[in-house]
Write a protein that binds this ligand. Structure first.
Ligand SMILES: Cc1cc2nc3c(=O)[nH]c(=O)nc-3n(C[C@H](O)[C@H](O)[C@H](O)COP(=O)(O)O)c2cc1C
Length: 169
């Protein structure tokens, strides 16, 4: 069967805006490059994938300056930000000589920095990289996690929000 050509009536800007209607949490993906350089990247593309085996994914942009170091690291951590950590979202989304300045961390598996005060910290072993357009899909196996109390930071339509319980449910 011949496929009809798709005439897209949207560009990346419109698509990004529409995708932004899907509310997400906010994470900082951290890792430690073989030379010891600490990496931290704000990401809302984090997704749970499988319970058995325990797999999660996130999608780094191919043009992200930290990508080569991320790909050389054996492990990464997903730090799920609490509502009062919104400043960390901006800090890890902005290039700087030391993104970790003023950030309290503990050392996890593979030397990965774990951000104190995060709601959950999933420590993962990188198991696969998948090519996906202008991004990559990074698949990790969860080896350990710890959870804390607090409210999640929510990202929706390009702005930060706090979650409120639905009044009817
Ligand atoms: C709320 C939010 C979510 C983001 N999600 C992603 C993401 O899922 N993947 C990605 O590659 N960049 C994402 N970014 C952008 C990166 O955090 C940003 O480009 C960062 O500078 C990349 O780190 P690097 O410069 O150290 O490579 C997001 C930024 C914000 C503010």
């Amino acid at each position: 069967m011949t496929e009809l050509p798709v005439t897209r009536e949207f560009g990346p800007r419109e698509l990004r805006s529409a995708l932004g209607r899907y509310a997400t949490g906010v994470t900082v993906i951290t890792a430690c490059a073989p030379g010891g350089r600490r990496i931290g990247v704000t990401a809302n593309s984090f997704t749970s994938v499988s319970l058995e085996p325990p797999l999660v994914s996130w999608c780094p942009a191919k043009r992200a300056p930290s990508l080569p170091d991320l790909q050389r690291a054996t492990h990464f951590a997903v730090n799920v930000l609490a509502a009062d950590q919104h400043h960390l979202s901006g800090q890890f989304a902005t290039a700087a000589p030391d993104k970790f300045a003023g950030v309290a961390v503990q050392e996890g598996l593979g030397g990965v920095p774990l951000i104190e005060g995060a709601l959950v910290r999933f420590e993962c072993r990188t198991v696969r990289w998948v090519d996906a357009g202008d991004h990559l899909i990074c698949l990790g196996e969860v080896e350990r996690f710890d959870t804390g109390d607090g409210e999640p930071l929510v990202f929706h339509a390009g702005a930060y929000h706090v979650a409120a319980r639905h009044p009817e449910f």
